[in-house]
Every structure is written in C-alpha cells, then in structure tokens.
Design a binder for this molecule. Structure first.
Ligand code: PMV
Length: 321
C-alpha cells in the first residue's frame, strides 16, 4: 500500500477559460490568467491498494458513485498509464469550498488529486508536469498547482500548461450568493456555448487580445488596468453563455446587484472590480487597502469571504510505503 496526501486551493480567473480546443485533452481555446486563493482548501489522500477490486472515492465522508466517481477513475487511469500500474486506489477528499457553486472547487479538487495520485503511484512530477496532469481533470486545475498568479497557455498537450506570473498585489472579496449546485456544469455549458452561441467566436478572439493586455498590465504592476480588463472579460463570458440555445444564465438578480454595487464603490474612489465564474457568486477584486470599504459596501447583499494570493500545491509528509 502506498499513500500520499496533497492540499490545493481554488483559483479565480481574471481572464477566463471558457471553451475547449480539444475536449478529450482539455486544451483551451484561449489562454487564461488567475489568482490562487488562500481560502477554501481541498485536502486529498490517495491510497494505492492492490487488494481493491475497483477505485473508491469518498468526498467529505460520503462514498461517491456515478459521474463524480467515474471522473476520478478516468483521471486515475491517466496516472496508472504513466506509472505502469494496474492497482486501484482509494481517494478521500475534503473540500472546504461550497461544491459546484462556481467557486472553482474542481480546480482545487483536481489539483489536489493530481498531486496525491502522482505521489501515491510513485511518479516524480515537477510542477509543470503536475499542471499538465491536473489540466486533464479540469482545465482550471492546471493553474491551482502554482501559488499567487498563474498564466495557462494554449497549445498542444505538452505545451498547454500553467506557469507562475508576477501581478500587482490584490485581494478578493468573495460574495457567496448561493451555495447550491449549479444547474448546468461548466463542461456542458462550454460545449453548448461553442456549438450554439453566436457570440462564441467573438468571445475567443476578444479574450486572446484581453489576455495580452492583461499580461502587459501585470508586467507594469497596473492594478487599475488589470481590474478593468478582468471585469469586462467576465461580462463578455456571461454574455456569450447567455446567448446559448437553450440559454444558460448563471447570474442571479443578487449577482447583478453586486456588480452594480462594485461599480458604485468604484465611482467613489474604491479600487474594486467584479468578476463571476460559472455560478451566481461574485468576486470583487480590489486593492488590499480597500478590503474594508468593499466589505462594507457588499456586506448587506451576501455572505463575504476575503481571500489573498494563496499557496500552490502542497504534498504532505505522510507519504509512506
Ligand atoms: O476548469 P473548469 O472546467 O471547471 O472550468 C472553469 C471555468 C471558469 O471557472 C468559469 C473560468 C476559469 O477560467 O476558471
């Protein structure tokens, strides 16, 4: 029996990944840029056990079956192929993040699984190889391998990996609008956007330009430019999603009110911009000195959690043989 435990944190994209160039390999249509958070960790233990007849997946103490269990087994199949092993594994994972509510739990989940499974199956992977592996589970997981800010590039299987980048210091005030499971998974919604949204080509071409501008803003330490680019990019992603057939709308009335409130704060000199992933929760990106003002402004509308740039993937010392 070999066992390894790994911790990973979610990330929030400033320039979003929305659309695949290759669904099997999870290659993105555009590059993306994110901040790994210091809140909502996932802790995952993988135990490789020759005595197991099949993989087991326990999430938050609950044995899983169906789609979640199949995704874990498909992911472990990739690790087994690399490691030349046929042994099954027990995966025990705890998520300190509201599952599937657009708070990117798949990012921390597959990053932690990549780290723990690779170590438990005896693979010695560097962060780039772990990012490539994590990407196969969930695209955004490729970025959670790295601390702070990460850039995930397009490319083929070998080259589409994340890397750390320097960016202006930032805080994120996460407004939790709804903890419920989102109605349409990001995988299905991405497929539908690509196949049915007339705005998808414009989303892809504009995001490629936005990413270049965001990389330049990072290099210049220009928080105001980066924040403005990120808010526009989020609105464009949601516009493309809403134009699907049948339509998908992740933002609720409260989400829209939060975007408005962030804009009102900005009109009063608060350095804050809003974004939202594939769910109703809104994240205010702000200057670290403006956290109190943002909290005060958004507090009446939603439960708030403040995040700062967080750590990358961490393997725990309890790996044994
Ligand atoms: O990695 P996935 O398949 O969970 O997709 C993530 C999609 C967004 O969170 C909406 C955007 C992003 O870049 O994280």
């Amino acid at each position: 029996m070999t066992r390894a435990t790994c911790t990973a944190h979610p990330n929030i994209a400033l320039v979003k990944y929305w659309g695949k160039a290759d669904a099997a390999l999870n290659l993105p249509a555009t590059g993306s840029l994110s901040m790994t958070l210091d809140v909502f960790p996932t802790v995952t233990t993988v135990t490789v056990d020759d005595a197991l007849a099949r993989d087991e997946f326990v999430l938050g103490g609950e044995p899983q079956s169906g789609v979640p269990a199949e995704r874990v087994t498909r992911f472990l199949d990739l690790v087994r192929a690399q490691a030349g092993s046929a042994a099954h594994a027990r995966v025990e994972s705890r998520n300190d993040v509201p599952s599937a509510a657009g708070l990117a739990s798949s990012a921390s989940g597959f990053a932690a699984l990549a780290g723990a499974a690779a170590a438990a199956y005896g693979l010695d992977l560097d962060p780039t190889a772990l990012s490539r592996l994590a990407r196969r589970g969930s695209g955004s997981a490729s970025r959670s391998v790295f601390p702070g800010f990460a850039l995930w590039r397009t490319g083929d299987d070998a080259h589409s990996v994340a890397e750390p980048v320097r960016a202006p210091d930032m805080a994120m005030v996460i407004a939790i609008v709804d903890r419920a499971q989102k109605p349409v998974s990001s995988r299905e919604a991405m497929r539908r956007t690509r196949e049915t949204s007339p705005y998808y080509p414009a989303w892809v071409s504009s995001t490629a330009e936005t990413l270049e501008a965001a990389i330049a803003a990072c290099a210049e330490g220009d928080l105001e430019r980066l924040g403005a680019l990120a808010e526009t990019n989020a609105m464009r992603m949601h516009a493309a999603i809403q134009a699907c057939d049948p339509p998908i709308r992740y933002l609720t009335a409260t989400s829209v009110a939060l975007f408005d409130r962030v804009a009102a704060l900005r009109a009063h000199g608060v350095r804050a911009w809003a974004t939202a992933d594939a769910g109703p929760n809104v994240v205010a990106m702000c200057h670290p000195d403006d956290v109190a003002a943002v909290r005060q402004g958004l507090g009446p509308l939603a439960e708030l959690v403040v995040a700062r740039p967080g750590p990358g993937l961490a393997l725990h010392a309890d790996a044994d043989g």
